[in-house]
Design a protein around this ligand. Structure first.
Ligand code: MLT
Length: 273
């Protein structure tokens, strides 16, 4: 039960509100956009107020020129929660690059966060070779446009069996990627190249964490999810069979069940924005 003392009221009014559920901000991966969470928007609405932004330069958001950084992207997400007057406790979820943003969000706004959901992501920074590859991709996008990075990414995005089992899903994700702007793709590649090492953050996380990872992820090996889980004090690791780097779309029911269980067990009373 809520209590409200407003200037216009000369008494304390108690009330119930059907929106009195946690907010869940879901941050997309690269080079996707908030529509990658459509299965979650459809099915999690009774359990959370689901907010899925398009990061700057992606989807329907403006194609702002770089430089981008994880801190900037985390600030954008925090500003959005403020703009939406998210006063209820909230959970931050991130997919892959969105997980890098979620780590930064946690470091910068930890007092407001009630829980973290990390999907198909990693805590380690780019290796030297990884950074060189980001620079090569940036050069490629400058010369040939966004499409140059889409097919190589699509080739490893799903579990090998998903390509035959669900070609419509592959097409849907290709369409999502094609809405990314060159500014967004280049800015995000720079931000990922220069992102901080989040491994030292793991033992400091003092809210419950859910890690969801596809057993057949060809981009981030399962071992990295296992290592993250082992370093976090309150963490549940869910590995989904027949899923690659997009477990929320390849196995939406199992993914959503894991999120619902996690949300139901959270005690969010003392958090909020
Ligand atoms: C993503 O899915 O967001 C990217 O694969 C992350 C990355 O390139 O590090």
């Amino acid at each position: 039960m809520n209590e409200h003392n407003h200037d216009d009221l000369d008494f304390m009014m108690a009330y119930q509100d059907s929106c009195d559920i946690p907010a869940l901000q879901l941050i997309h991966g690269f080079p996707l956009n908030g529509s990658m969470w459509l299965e979650q928007m459809e099915d999690l609405g009774n359990f959370a107020r689901v907010i899925a932004p398009d990061l700057r330069g992606f989807g329907q958001s403006e194609a702002v020129a770089g430089p981008y950084s994880m801190a900037l992207l985390a600030d954008d997400c925090a500003d959005l929660l403020g703009h939406l007057s998210v006063l209820t406790p909230f959970v931050i979820g991130g997919h892959s690059m969105g997980g890098y943003v979620a780590f930064e969000f946690y470091r910068n706004y930890k007092d407001h966060i009630g829980g973290l959901i990390l999907t198909a992501t990693r805590a380690a920074p780019d290796t030297a070779v990884g950074k060189e590859n980001r620079d090569k991709m940036i050069d490629l996008v400058r010369r040939r446009g966004v499409t140059a990075v889409i097919q190589p990414m699509l080739d490893v995005l799903f579990a090998p069996q998903t390509y035959e089992a669900d070609p419509e899903l592959v097409d849907f994700v290709r369409d999502l990627m094609e809405t990314a702007s060159p500014e967004g793709v280049i800015g995000a590649l720079q931000a990922m190249r220069d992102r901080p090492d989040s491994r030292p953050t793991l033992p400091e996380i003092d809210v419950p964490v859910l890690i969801i990872h596809g057993a057949d992820d060809q981009i981030v090996p399962v071992s990295e999810a296992e290592e993250m889980a082992a370093a976090i004090s309150d963490c549940k690791l869910v590995i989904l069979e027949d899923a690659g780097h997009m477990p929320n779309l390849e196995q939406p029911d199992a993914f959503n069940d894991a999120v619902i269980d996690f949300l139901e067990e959270l005690d969010l009373e003392n958090h909020g924005f």
